[in-house]
Ligand binder design. Sequence first.
Ligand code: NAD
Length: 407
Amino acid sequence: MGISIGLVGLGRFGQAFADLFRVHPSVDRVMLCDREADRIQAIAGRPGWHETFDPKDQFTRFDDLLATDVDAVAVITQPWLHARQCVQAMEAGKHVYSAVPIVSLPDGDEILEWCGRLVEVSERTGQLYMLGETSYYRPETMFCRRKAREGAFGDFVYGEGEYFHDVDAVCSLREVREQRLSSQAGHEWLKIRERYRNEGIRSGPMHYPTHSVCGPVSVMNARAERVTAYGYSNRNGDPFFADDAFSNVVALFRMSNGAAVRICECREVAGSFHQPETFRLMGTRGTYAERCWKDNFRTAAGTAKPLQEQVLTDEEMRDPLPSEVALAFKRLQDPDAPEESDFSPKGHGGAHPYLVHEFVDSVLKIRTPAINVWEAARYMAMGVMAHKSALRDGETLEVPDFGDPSL
Ligand SMILES: NC(=O)c1ccc[n+]([C@@H]2O[C@H](COP(=O)([O-])OP(=O)(O)OC[C@H]3O[C@@H](n4cnc5c(N)ncnc54)[C@H](O)[C@@H]3O)[C@@H](O)[C@H]2O)c1
């Protein structure tokens, strides 16, 4: 028997996940929830839904969805709502998947409070929490985690993680914001935001740090201990940044394994050095950057061999999905795809199918998901403390930790 899942938030991003959850072989029933009824209809009317979707399984109120016997909910609402809704869902006995970040609010202390609360509620209730960080399942992140497990990096020495997303990039942040404010939930936020404005609390890109920190943190399996960061504040009066102390922040962290990690979160930059969202990691034995793996095979002093370089394809870097899961997702992309043909996953470097599978499988087996609440809190704490350091012109600050998986 499979699981039932309720999808909450069927906007621009949520609608990209609906079919993946529907076709996963271990999902028996999908429920749909959005305050905007037309967004539910847009999905329920898609090909493939009328055969399996029960019209009674649609809700415009989150409370009504939580009152059902649904096993789990995927929260893909606006970023300032996630934490509160995830707490509510776990308290109602549901496992939760949350779109990134844990929560994005102007006040860093509030973000840290929510991290602590999510950890506490998940531990107390035993309900699973998973963060849907797409960079966790980019091909290079999967490859580097495998290499790290083999010990092929040696000791980690240095890392870089970055998310360069200019406000006027092809995926325009102005349009994204406009969309997020266009719904009832968006209108309500404008009033809440006013309170932060009146209190002089100003946000920045480090309050959404998950894409840049996930690679180094998840590959090294280390946490940040200290940070010093500097910010750049918008200088041309762009109203997009009116509530932000910074449009760009660069931070340097000392990690628990002794490595140093440089993180960039930039929203006002002309392009990027390489990919706009990537990481690089150097170890005493192995180094990864820009699809290239370098290995000196050193296992002890004096044992290094001539450096070998291997340029990798996405296919070589990805982990395989279980064959029946890959087939279901492949048939979603192309109903006529032959069983034996290759599956090229799509969505943020092919991450979407992996995220869906990891969450469904963890709920099915009641096991701690890969991007669990403790890991997610680590990402968030790094961003919050980097923002605080930048506000204090680079003062070195301790990064709090929320512990390790206990479920
Ligand atoms: N790479 C990534 O991981 C990535 C990329 C894009 C977006 N996201 C995340 O996805 C989330 C959603 O982004 P979006 O662009 O789709 O936003 P959106 O505004 O288009 O959609 C959010 C939806 O949530 C609904 N909603 C809000 N409160 C609700 C409630 N109480 N009950 C039911 N529905 C409710 C809204 O009506 C809206 O339809 C954001 O938090 C964003 O951070 C992540």
